[in-house]
Design a protein around this ligand. Structure first.
Ligand code: TXA
Ligand code: MG
Length: 310
């Protein structure tokens, strides 16, 4: 993608002035502000209507910039070298003298850290003197945004600027891994956990504890298009949209395919835009066919199950 330097300059100026803007990432668009600024971080929560206790992910250009804010270990370095920049978020210990705003962490001593791969946002991060706090650029509990028009749909004129970056190439949020003690997955995401396991050479536990909410992405209702969803559906009802994993020979106006030939990466990439499209087309509910529960299919099913708790 060709980088428009005038756009980056505009984004940089706004961020330097404690404004919040939308930025493209390879997973989903983020609603970004200076992670060292209370003023900017407060704006993020307000715009997104996000509960204060739900901490933000902070985006860095590289791990050298992270040294002043967090402690990290060899497991981090191993995974960083293999997967960053990319769709993985690390939970690390925050340093006492870090400048990270207390609004980012809700005064806790841990920090979620990611190094996004999108070339536009990498170019921007390189030019800033601070990291960017950025939750997904959607209204709280709703489907994430995978292109600038999705962000516009949710925020309209309330957002000062959307840095254009085309459609997100992964289309689903990052995988979150807690590295403070024994590694644990807190949220399934765009990086298949089997690839993380093969780098660490061990099985990693997936934390799925609803009572103790570590990641509100684990809340029951999340990622919702705002209409009911039924999983593993074989038959469809009146005025229902039908999401199919792969293209079928027969096509009907209410059939929506996630991939052409049954590719899980392609399906993950198309999931959120398909949910948004169905909502726009005024269907009253959604039936989803069975989606293979392996690789990124696990992430797709995780999001659909949460979205179905409508
Ligand atoms: O791909 C992504 O991760 C995107 C892009 C923009 O980077 N961001 C994203 O942010 O999905 P958000 O805020 O929608 O989801 C981040 C999740 C939240 O569920 C939050 O609770 C969790 O990360 N989180 C943030 N800080 C945490 C921490 N210190 N410990 C545990 N969970 C944390
Ligand atoms: Mg989100």
């Amino acid at each position: 993608m060709k980088i428009n330097l005038a756009n980056i300059k505009k984004a940089k100026n706004l961020l330097n002035n404690n404004e919040c803007i939308a930025i493209p990432t390879e997973t989903v668009y983020g609603l970004a502000g200076n992670a060292y600024s209370n003023k900017a971080c407060k704006k993020i929560f307000k715009l997104k209507k996000r509960p204060k206790y739900n901490p933000l992910i902070v985006h860095y250009h590289n791990y050298h910039d992270l040294k002043k804010d967090c402690n990290f270990n060899n497991t981090f370095l191993k995974l960083y070298k293999k997967f960053s920049p990319g769709p993985i978020t690390f939970i690390l210990d925050l340093k006492k003298n870090s400048k990270i705003s207390k609004f980012v962490t809700n005064k806790k001593m841990t920090l979620a850290v990611r190094f996004p791969k999108h070339p536009v946002t990498r170019n921007l991060l390189k030019k800033l003197s601070f990291p960017l706090a950025a939750p997904s650029a959607n209204l709280s509990k709703r489907v994430s945004a995978v292109c600038s028009s999705d962000v516009h749909e949710d925020f309209g004129k309330k957002i000062k600027y959307i840095l254009e970056g085309g459609k997100s190439s992964i289309g689903i949020e990052s995988t979150i891994i807690d590295l403070r003690k024994k590694p644990q997955i807190l949220r399934l995401g765009g990086l298949d956990i089997s690839t993380i396991q093969s780098v660490l050479n061990k099985k990693i536990k997936i934390r799925n504890n609803q009572s103790k909410i570590t990641v509100p992405g684990q809340f029951k209702l999340h990622y919702s298009p705002g209409i009911p969803i039924r999983m593993n559906a074989k038959k469809i009802k009146n005025n229902e949209a039908y999401i199919l994993f792969k293209r079928k020979k027969i096509s009907k106006p209410n059939y929506f395919f996630l991939s052409k030939k049954g590719d899980l990466k392609e399906a993950a990439k198309n999931l959120y835009s398909t949910l948004r499209m169905i909502k726009k087309n005024k269907y009253s509910s959604i039936a989803v066919c069975k989606i293979p529960n392996k690789g990124l299919g696990k992430t797709i099913n995780d999001r659909l199950i949460r979205a179905s708790k409508f």
